[in-house]
Write a protein that binds this ligand. Structure first.
Ligand code: H53
Length: 838
């Protein structure tokens, strides 16, 4: 295909081929070269980190070969996808890159020749924690799929110096430790000092007449920071294509003020540098109130502005003009975090490129589409007007103008309906005034999607109802998905091997059709036994890590009942905890109880400022402290809080699960993606009819899914009628006993006050309806226990779960975005590039 010319001594490519060859010998030589020439170490004194770095550079060399071509095809493609996201959680790169490049076996051999253990080097890698949870992880799965489907793609975000904190547990409490992901260098990123943009902030606007006598507005900023591109290649699976992850780091335009220095002001001389670098310094944790956080708004604007300026530059390089921007790019707004892009593109087009307003607005709307990820009112971003004006004075004017024109249209459609006007306005006019970012995103986008069928329905009925009535054609659902590369092939090689033996290897990229073939093996005794062994092995591996991390010894034969996700009251980890106490009491009272031994495992971070979530962690650990040392239940019940849940730990945890806890209050979890990862790894779900659980249950069959609890509608009705949680407490003897035990200080060394805030909330308000759902949850748990005792049937259900989950691949989600929203062709289809090689 022209890229691999025949070797000849005169051919300069020969050298390159040596450098990026895929034989074990070539890989081995490159590791050694990189050790010496990049890492500056000789083998004799190299540490594990040195070897890891040398190997990472070796794999990167092979990625970069594809990179150059990807950049070229980006420039040549007719339309590219730009995914704007304040968060990306790609997870460790090394294992994934080796897998996607199809070089595992050779690399294993190469490292063995050097006396190294490949798997140990792979697990040496930490991860870029540039996100809080599922929203950032979804963005990473989407890049994986976009690369694999050979779509020209750029993911744009922020290169936080400090990502999500590391979690430690001390005396049962969460302690946050600064994440230092860059401490040992980052071999995956390429810094591009020449790709840099100026981002203005603050100041004021003024009007003037330009040379042609036209009335104009100009923004006189208070300060300007510079954004520098940091690029990471994201390889597709067994294709030549790589997606580009371009993250912006903020710097001062002039990092040293000589004037100040000469006048003897040593600190002042670096002040601007410090202030500018602050912008990309640290990721904001979610679940914390953000209005009023000026830095957060600056961050959002900073990365959005750099990204749009970059798109304009690349477009121009390809000969494009601003007026055709929308034909060149489909830009997805991942939640409202980048919604300021709507106003910024208008500013760039109108103020800078001198395009008239109507045409600029058309381009803007054709360009953007918006994904909503939550209905929780506290998570819908709005900015106090004075703060907004202070940071982005010109954008506020633009938003007022967008709003004026928009409301004029609304008035024509709904004459006299001032209430509706008030709700639709981009500006909230209560006692204080706010800019509503979701409304801005909705007005400025041609498509608006929710992330699961139920979520999209609720979106249309509740928070975006007025917009739905106004623009029904803009709304659609795209149910989330996860990458089968990372979340099956990479993290669960045993199970993946069985699947490939059964149905061939097509399932990795074509899950939906191919993996269904697994169904016919669900009743095959030998296959079931092999399946059991793999799960058993995964559980032993997790057990080993649990003992290393927590000192708790768990029985790998027990039912692994797992809930891992952010800690939040709506996700109801404390409902799970109530079940543990019930099981504990029952086992104490009836030693002959016919239930399987259980290990209940939790993992997840609480936002540092979310006191009740942190108390839930303490609650779980306090229960664990009592249960785990009680000889009466030894080997029958264990409770584990696995610290520092992140992508890397997830890769260990999902494959080891028997039972997946997806127990949020119906209507609260937009989609969930952890639910998919569990099921794709053969766990059964115990879950409410919330988010994507609804679709998972339909797909795997209700007989292979343990459903419980109120539906979203029932929750709403219950609240309308007036929910009285204390009645559940009074009427349910077991529930009473459990809550009284907690109140008595039984799990808190006699301290009756410690868990009072949790108990009080449950008895008085119970916002998330734990007590209402408690009886049906317990019933479903009993059913799960019984089912697990009949191992053959359980294995059957586990296999069927995997066989029927093919539709939850992020490849499917991305195809839907491509077909219905982005209208972007694959490089394959458009013929810009050959078909790739495995
Ligand atoms: O987004 C996930 C969903 C999940 C939802 C989550 C999310 C965040 O992680 C952060 C902010 C936000 O508004 C929503 O909670 O249900 O699966 C990806 O769509």
């Amino acid at each position: 295909n022209g890229r691999h010319p025949p070797k000849s001594d005169e051919n300069p490519i020969v050298r390159e081929d040596l450098r990026t060859g895929l034989t074990a010998e070539a890989i081995k030589n490159d590791i050694l070269e990189n050790l010496v020439y990049v890492q500056a170490r000789i083998p004799k004194i190299a540490t594990r980190n040195d070897w890891y770095m040398a190997l990472a550079y070796t794999v990167r060399d092979r990625l970069l070969e594809r990179w150059g071509m990807a950049i070229e095809s980006l420039q040549q493609s007719s339309r590219a996808v730009c995914y704007l996201s304040a968060e990306f959680l790609p997870g460790p790169h090394l294992g994934n890159a080796i897998l996607n490049l199809g070089m595992y076996e050779q690399t294993k051999e190469a490292t063995a020749r050097l006396g190294l253990d490949l798997d140990a080097l792979i697990s040496h890698e930490g991860e870029p924690g540039l996100g809080n949870g599922e929203l950032g992880r979804l963005a990473a799965c989407f890049l994986d799929s976009l690369a694999t489907l050979e779509i020209p793609t750029i993911g744009y975000g922020i290169r936080y110096e400090f990502g999500i904190f590391d979690q430690e547990i001390h005396d049962g409490w969460q302690r946050e430790v600064t994440d230092k992901w860059l401490a040992f260098g980052n071999p995956w990123e390429i810094v591009r000092p020449e790709i840099a943009y100026y981002v203005p902030l603050g100041g004021y606007t003024e009007t003037y007449y330009d040379r042609l006598g036209r009335f104009r507005v100009r923004w006189v900023p208070e300060r300007v920071v510079k954004g520098i591109a940091h690029d990471t290649p994201i390889p597709g699976y067994h294709v030549e294509n790589v997606a580009l992850l371009r993250l912006w780091k903020s710097e001062a335009c002039e990092s040293f003020d000589f004037q100040a220095f000469n006048e003897g002001d040593y600190y002042g001389a670096v002040e601007d540098k410090v202030a500018s670098e602050t912008i990309s310094k640290v990721l904001y944790p979610n679940d914390e109130p953000i209005p009023g956080k000026e830095l957060r708004l600056s961050q959002q604007f900073f990365f959005v502005s750099c990204s749009l300026q970059d798109m304009i530059r690349v477009h121009r390089l390809g000969g494009g003009v601003p007026a055709t921007f929308d034909r060149r790019y489909a830009v997805q707004l991942n939640d409202t975090h980048p919604a300021i892009a709507v106003a910024e593109l208008m500013r760039l087009l109108v103020d800078k490129q001198r395009i008239d307003w109507e045409r600029a607005w058309e381009i803007t709307r054709n360009t953007f589409s918006y994904t909503n990820h939550t209905l929780l009112p506290e998570a819908l971003e709005k900015w106090p007007l004075p703060l907004f004006r202070k940071v982005l004075p010109r954008h506020l004017e633009i938003i007022f103008e967008i709003n004026r024109r928009f409301l004029e249209d609304v008035r024509l459609t709904y004459p006299g309906d001032s209430e509706r006007l008030r709700r639709l306005s981009l500006i909230e006019e209560a006692d204080d005034r706010y800019v509503r970012m979701a409304n801005l995103a909705a007005v400025g986008s041609h498509a608006i999607n929710g992330v699961a069928a139920l979520h999209t329905d609720l979106l249309k009925e509740t928070v975006m109802r007025d917009f739905y009535e106004l623009y029904p054609e803009r709304f659609l659902n795209v149910t989330n998905g996860v990458s089968p590369r990372r979340w099956m092939l990479l993290c669960n090689p045993g199970m993946s091997g069985l699947i490939t033996d059964a149905v061939g290897e097509n399932w990795v990229c074509n899950s939906q059709d191919s993996i269904a073939g697994l169904e016919s093996f669900a009743d095959d005794g030998a296959f079931r036994e092999a399946w059991r062994k793999v799960k058993q092995g995964n559980k032993m591996e997790l057990a080993r890590h649990i003992s290393e991390r927590t000192g708790i010894v768990v029985n790998p034969e027990s039912l692994f009942d797992i809930q891992v996700k952010r800690i939040h009251e709506y996700k109801r980890q404390h409902l799970n905890a109530l079940h543990i106490i019930s099981l504990y009491i029952r086992l104490k009272r009836t030693p002959s109880l016919d239930v399987p031994p259980r290990t209940v495992i939790f993992g997840g971070k609480a936002a540092p400022g979310y006191a009740r979530a942190k108390l839930i962690i303490k609650f779980i650990n306090s229960i664990a402290d009592v249960v785990n040392i009680d000889p009466d239940v030894a080997d029958r019940l264990k409770v584990v809080f696995f610290p520092d849940f992140n992508v890397k730990n997830g890769q260990l945890i999902y494959p080891a699960a028997d039972l997946s806890e997806q127990i949020s209050t119906a209507g609260k979890e937009a989609s969930g993606t952890g639910n998919m990862k569990f099921s794709l790894n053969g766990a059964l779900t115990i879950g409410t009819l919330d988010g994507a659980n609804v679709e998972i249950r339909e797909a795997v069959g209700p007989e292979n899914f343990l459903v419980f609890g109120l539906t979203a509608r029932e929750v709403t009705d219950l609240k309308m009628r007036g929910y009285r949680p204390w009645e559940s407490y009074e009427q349910n003897e077991e529930l009473r006993e459990i809550i009284d035990l907690v109140r008595s200080g039984f799990f808190s060394r006699g301290d009756r006050d410690l868990f009072e805030p949790l108990v009080n909330e449950l008895l008085s308000r119970d916002e998330y309806c734990l007590l209402a759902d408690y009886p049906s949850y317990l019933e479903a748990q009993e059913k799960a226990g019984k089912a697990y005792l009949v191992q053959g049937q359980w294995l059957r259900m586990s296999i069927l779960n995997v066989a029927r989950m093919g539709g939850f691949s992020s490849d499917r989600s991305i195809r839907e975005y491509l077909d219905h929203i982005w209208k972007v062709d694959s490089l394959k289809a458009s013929g810009s590039r050959g078909n790739g090689r495995p």
